[in-house]
Design a protein around this ligand. Structure first.
Ligand code: SIN
Ligand code: FE
Length: 328
């Protein structure tokens, strides 16, 4: 089975089966020309020897507790192990929206107390940008990241600026449901094991994203555990890639690639850091347009129409009138 091959240490018993099939993401050395080619072509690849976060491989809950400082951290809490993201700024467009998670601000100490409290049935997931409130030890390790390698990638591939390094500390078994992001991402695993299910932009129609105005913009509407095939028939055609990242592994996750991320149950809490880069400017337009460019265009058109109508209830009928019977 793909995941078992993808990482030597992971027991396949821990891995949930879904209705779609997957192929493994290639695991390559960063000095392999094939890896370079994949990055240049916006294809995911796992790099096993970048040393991107080697300086942080000793980070764990106790070390961070001592050194991370007493600033406040963004923590999500959920009644289940799933943490479906939503955008606060879009809540006003969906009056009856029930947020599936809550955002909390707390100190690192308070967070660790929560996740270690056996009487607390809630789930917690810390997701915080590394900032200048962290202690000197952490700053030292951060400076020891392999910046020369990653900056060379940024330059070579014409990306924009590094926008953030998010630190993820998740409880054993947490899941970030399927979505896409709008930035280039090098995702570095520090502790524990994360399974990534990945889908390219051609799978857009199989994953049924929420409308752009909706708080769950960029998230799939399909519940992978219990897909409603009547509502989402093309979910049957879904095909993907998958891999398991362990400590030291780095996944290149290109812009607009769909991903679901699962901290493998039974293997402990997980700690990761991402490196988000703005996508580069398009130098010269080549036809046919790439699938990424088409997703970007669809988003822009959807936003433009939503703004122009100034009433989210009119968006669906507008698009139906535009399409049904003429383009269907
Ligand atoms: C996660 O690690 O849980 C989510 C990462 C991502 O969505 O980019
Ligand atoms: Fe993401």
């Amino acid at each position: 089975m793909a995941t078992g091959e993808a990482h030597r240490i992971v027991d396949v018993e821990n891995v949930k089966q879904y209705t779609f099939s997957t192929e493994p993401v290639p695991r390559l050395s960063c000095s392999d020309p094939e890896a370079e080619k994949r990055i240049a072509n916006d294809q995911p690849v796992v790099l096993t020897d970048t040393n991107l976060v080697t300086s942080a491989l000793h980070w764990n809950e106790a070390f961070l507790r001592t050194h991370i400082g007493d600033g406040k951290f963004t923590v999500f809490t959920s009644d289940s192990h799933k943490f479906l993201y939503y955008d606060d700024k879009k809540l006003k467009f969906v009056p009856n929206f029930k947020p599936p998670t809550r955002h909390l601000e707390m100190t690192f100490d308070q967070f660790i107390d929560k996740i270690e409290d056996k009487n607390n049935s809630k789930w917690y997931y810390l997701q915080q940008g590394l900032n200048d409130t962290v202690g000197t030890q952490i700053v030292f390790d951060f400076m020891g990241f392999n910046w020369s390698w990653i900056t060379e990638q940024q330059k070579k591939n014409g990306w924009g600026t590094l926008t953030s390094n998010l630190l993820f500390l998740g409880m054993d078994g947490v899941i970030t449901p399927c979505h896409y992001d709008e930035q280039q991402n090098f995702f570095a695993q520090i502790k524990g094991y994360k399974r990534f299910l990945l889908f390219d932009q051609d799978m857009f129609e199989c994953l049924y994203p929420y409308p752009v105005f909706h708080p769950h913009d960029r998230q799939s509407q399909v519940d992978f555990d219990n897909p409603d095939f009547e509502k989402f028939p093309k979910f049957r055609n879904l095909k993907g890639l998958e891999t398991v990242l362990g400590p030291g592994d780095v996944l290149f996750l290109p812009t607009y690639w769909w991903h679901q991320v699962e901290s493998l149950p039974g293997l402990g809490n997980t700690l990761s850091v991402n490196f988000w880069y703005k996508a580069g400017p398009v130098e010269k337009i080549v036809y046919p347009l790439t699938s990424q460019q088409k997703v970007s265009m669809m988003r822009n058109i959807e936003k433009m129409i939503t703004d122009a109508l100034n009433n989210t209830a009119e968006v669906a009928p507008f698009f139906q009138n535009l399409v049904v019977g003429r383009y269907t």
